[in-house]
Design a protein around this ligand. Sequence first.
Ligand SMILES: [Zn+2]
Ligand SMILES: [Zn+2]
Length: 343
Amino acid sequence: MKAMVINDISLVEEKPLELVDLPDPVPAPGQIRVRVSACGVCHTELDEIEGRVPPSKFPIILGHEIVGRVESLGAGVTNFKEGDRVGIAWINWACGECSFCLKGEENLCDKAKWTGKDVNGGYAQYTVVSADFAYPIPEKFTDLQAAPLLCAGVIGYRALKLSGMEDGKVLGLYGFGASAHIVIQIAKYKYPNGKVFVFTRPKQKEHQNLARKLGADWIGATKDTPPVKLDCAIDSTPVGVPVREALRNLEKGGRVVINAIRKTTPIPELDYAEHLWYEKEVKSVANVTRRDAQEFLPLAAEIAVVPEVREFKLEEANEALILLKQGNIRGAGVLNMLPNMQK
Ligand SMILES: [Zn+2]
Ligand SMILES: [Zn+2]
């Protein structure tokens, strides 16, 4: 099979992903082999490539927003059959036995394996995964549209749940990329009387236009002060400053949820009185559980979430990642493994 691999840590501008031929993976007992048709491009890949979240082996195939069709079954698999369309997300496996797993918090499992970090992911024509960690994809979505739902969408859904957002409240979204443009669609559906304020980098006109199209009630730059305080906020930017800005604009008792696995710059020093007093909270969102994916995918179909997708070929993964780092992809970047077959 063809795959894009990295062999070491480096800057993404050095175009470190290399197109190689590898043997097709063989499904172990309990696993399925999936013929990949689409794989989303996520900020976490930048963190992996540049060493903030280093992969546990090299070479490795990145990519954890995978859509494809079951091509063969390992021994004992009964929940899928050949030809089924499935998705694979960041959580690849969890122990099922630790105190976190027993509470349904497998996203916090110490032994968990992450797709494209500890095991090969989806920047390839084939991948294998435990059948317990694959999800049926609702018919409503094309393969390309479904890919960003599997990380950007699922983790956005988890972040929104953790934010404490309720109908009638004001939600702030710092950053408006692959995840936030899905979060706004969930928020507008679940909280019709709520308001969503969107903060972007000052020059991200494309992102701002998309926010307007998706119903943002107010749009500004990261350091702007909105017309009313935020009851809750989700920061999905790769940098530190927006966390402080969100805390500054937060209503008493409000919560900021940080949806980023790592930051490329530190969170600036906080002033206790201005940023934390009055029971303001900061919470990170770490990884996802299977349940998040199982809840979110049917909800996305019900809402008719429309993921905005920019398509790349497998061999263009370096270019897609550089554009992502620059903040120059409107919506979500997706690698199309079957560019001559899919519309
Ligand atoms: Zn991701
Ligand atoms: Zn566990």
